[in-house]
Ligand binder design. Structure first.
Ligand code: GLN
Length: 298
């Protein structure tokens, strides 16, 4: 039987040989998860002998990781905006840069006066509808869930064309007790939306160009859903065009439209927004790259 220290040395070597970056750190995360312990425990008790069940699970996980399956698909979870979310191969793994889209929404909604609230109750005689956000291409549900948990007056709709993604989104919705506030719907972009029915449209659509996708790390290229990641081959801006057209129809006046973009698409998406009457503003990620484009509907 192996000690924690032996297991870690073995795993780090295996992952290094498989070409995994940060092999020691990943070994530690996988080992801690198998042992249902935290990393501090591993550091404090390197001499402890692993029980058979944990060791077998660890070996299985290591084999998968050595095939370059993403860590998050193996452990089944990923942190996003301070929330631990369930992830699985049917949906994109939430990325840290997508948190900027959540922040963009939260900043904007904090400046909105609705609904009128007085001492925690709706002001008497004043009727205000609950504002509604739409997360188009919701995947794991990460954007909608992070927004709703931080904007308690809002409700939301998450749409996705993939029923596998929606299953994962449902798990996350239940996990955070949002079944009454978040509707999940199978649809293509904004096709099913009523006119002027939403106050904010958020989306992280597939924007990686096919040529770029071929050069990505195996974790992304070989394991994450192509439909969630790669833009239309003939018309890479198609998703944005459909979303912007849909927004003209579904968004209320002065509503928010906000998209995640890639470096290679930011300029062109801004142009499409501008030609459809929006005034795009850009937010940069921590690497200084354009990552979110947003605008208020006229
Ligand atoms: N940022 C992601 C990546 O580069 C792409 C996400 C997307 O296509 N929406 O892997």
């Amino acid at each position: 039987m192996k000690t924690i220290a032996d297991a870690q040395i073995w795993a780090t070597q295996l992952l290094t040989e498989a070409g995994v970056d940060r092999a020691a750190r990943e070994s530690e995360i996988l080992l801690a998860d198998c042992m249902r312990a935290d990393r501090i425990y591993l550091m404090a008790r390197p001499e402890r002998v692993m029980d058979r069940e944990s060791w077998e699970q660890f070996q299985g996980w290591l084999e998968r990781r050595a095939q370059r399956e993403p860590l998050a698909y193996i452990t089944g979870k990923r942190w996003f905006y301070g929330l631990e979310l369930t992830v699985a191969p049917g949906a994109l793994i939430p990325r840290p840069e997508t948190e900027l889209l959540v922040e963009c929404f939260l900043n904007w909604q904090s400046t909105k006066p609705f609904p009128l609230v007085h001492n925690g109750n709706l002001t008497e005689g004043v009727h205000q509808e609950t504002p509604c956000l739409l997360d188009a291409g919701t995947g794991s549900g990460c954007i909608a869930i992070a927004c709703l948990l931080n904007a308690p007056r809002w409700q939301g709709i998450g749409i996705d064309s993939s029923s596998d993604a929606l299953k994962i989104a449902r798990l996350n919705r239940e996990r955070y007790g949002l079944s009454k506030r978040l509707e999940l719907r199978r649809a293509r972009w904004l096709e099913t939306m009523e006119p002027h029915s939403i106050d904010a449209l958020l989306s992280n659509p597939p924007y990686v160009r096919y040529e770029e996708w071929e050069t990505l790390e195996p974790e992304v290229r070989d394991w994450e859903p192509l439909d969630a990641l790669v833009a239309d081959r003939q018309d890479p801006l198609r998703a944005y065009r459909e979303l912007i057209e849909g927004a003209k129809h579904a968004l209320k006046p002065e509503g928010l439209i906000a998209f995640e973009v890639g470096v290679s698409t930011a300029q062109e998406v801004a142009q499409i927004m501008a030609t459809r009457g929006f005034t795009p503003q850009v937010e940069h990620d921590l690497q200084g790259l354009p990552r979110v484009l947003w605008s208020i509907a006229p």
